[in-house]
Ligand binder design. Structure first.
Ligand SMILES: *Cc1c(COP(=O)(O)O)cnc(C)c1O
Length: 399
């Protein structure tokens, strides 16, 4: 039966998945408008400001600032909340590298802690166990769009007087208990890099309800210059993290389709969950209990080579790609990256300041065994989803 499903010698994928990034007429018009104006930069233009306001409103917070990218958004968020050299910031051990490097760029120490083995989100228990008198903040990452346990994390933050910076790079439009991801902490960092679920090639934003943070961040991202400054006043030490008007034009268009696409991915991820349930050796990421909208930036699952004749994860991913299904291996545990193992921190922090959570066993397991599919695979039709399963079965039974 399964053998019958399989096309011998042919790619399983019969038609391409929906492409990414996408754009509509609106993006064309808005970009064209910027192009034909002489306002390509935030200093004189209106679109970056408009996007900041709209993105904040979309997330039900008061303030938003579009910036160069998500990495800079994290760096800016950390400096804005007042992180000082030597402070400790708790981050999940398995995340994209920027969550941790942003801390180091601020001369502070990322304390890597374990994640939940099923949801892959930072473990509140591991956060509590890692707190010392040096701890100043926590960065929960809503990994792949799955919500962290924000009730517990906010409670911990309150109890120990720690700031919370949400890394919402995967979570545009996501919700926990019907409230936007990114609106729980003191400040949140977002990314609009090409692969993210809304995109302007490279881009980022911070959002916050805190007026002082907003004003401070606005200065910092503009080399310390107040809005409208014409006398080269620099009131704080800053850098140039300004988004440009083209980026904002794209994002203003992209924002219109975000809810529809999140809805589509929710529907298709649920179907794919069901399809893969019966496949031995594949276990999909478990949805967090109170995640009301999961953005499914990535469709993640653990892969057990035992059920695939010992085929390594790397080879499994290569085979999926050969069958026409784009796939990736999971991020490494941060402390296993090359620069981290060499303690090459450019003098910003030293080796003896470093601390890791008691055990990173779940992060190690996920980093070593998880495969992920990009979100555009969930923007197509049911045939696309059936063919993902078919490709996996073909590798399983014919390798
Ligand atoms: C993409 C990403 C970032 C950084 O965003 P860039 O825009 O690529 O700089 C930060 N955190 C996470 C979890 C990400 O996936």
């Amino acid at each position: 039966m399964i053998e019958n499903m399989i096309n011998k010698g042919k790619k399983v994928k019969t038609k391409p998945f929906p492409s990414w990034p996408k754009y509509n007429q609106k993006e064309l018009e808005l970009v064209d408008e910027v192009l034909k104006s002489d306002e390509w930069c935030r200093l004189s233009g209106k679109k970056v400001k408009e996007f900041g306001g709209k993105y904040a409103a979309y997330n039900n917070v008061k303030y938003g600032i579009g910036v160069t990218n998500g990495t800079h958004a994290l760096e800016l968020a950390l400096s804005t909340i007042g992180i000082q050299p030597g402070d400790e910031v708790i981050v999940p051990a398995m995340t994209f590298i920027a969550t941790a490097t942003a801390v180091i760029q601020n001369n502070a120490v990322p304390v890597l802690v374990d994640i939940d083995p099923e949801t892959y989100c930072i473990s509140p228990k591991a956060i509590e166990a890692a707190i010392t008198e040096k701890t100043k903040a926590i960065i929960p990452v809503h990994i792949a769009g799955n919500a962290c346990d924000m009730d517990r994390i906010c409670e911990i933050g309150k109890k120990h007087n720690l700031k919370i910076i949400e890394d919402a790079a995967h979570a545009q439009g996501g919700m926990y208990k019907n409230k936007r991801l990114g609106s729980f902490g003191d400040i949140a960092a977002c990314s609009f890099q090409s692969k993210k679920t809304i995109s302007c090639g490279e881009g980022g934003a911070i959002i916050t309800d805190n007026k002082e943070y907003y004003e401070e961040a606005l200065l910092t991202q503009c080399v310390g210059r107040p809005e409208g400054d014409r006398v080269y006043e620099h009131t704080v030490l800053g850098s140039n993290f300004r988004m440009n008007e083209f980026q904002a034009a794209l994002l203003l268009g992209q924002l219109d389709n975000l809810d529809n696409m999140n809805q589509k991915r929710e529907e298709n991820a649920a179907i794919l969950d069901e399809l893969l349930k019966g496949v031995e050796g594949i276990t999909s990421q478990k949805r967090s209990k109170d995640c009301t909208i999961n953005t499914h930036y990535m469709y993640m699952f653990t892969y057990d080579p035992q059920y695939f004749n010992g085929l390594s994860r790397k080879d499994f991913v290569d085979r999926l790609i050969e069958e026409g299904v784009p796939a990736y291996i999971c991020y490494p545990v941060i402390s296993n990256t090359t620069f981290f193992k060499k303690y090459s921190f450019r003098g910003k922090i030293s080796e003896n300041q470093l601390r890791l959570g008691d055990s990173l066993i779940n992060a190690e397991y996920v980093a070593a065994n998880v495969v992920w599919l990009p979100h555009n695979l969930l923007l197509g039709d049911e045939q696309d989803l059936l063919e993902i399963k078919e490709a996996i079965l073909k590798i399983q039974f014919r390798q």
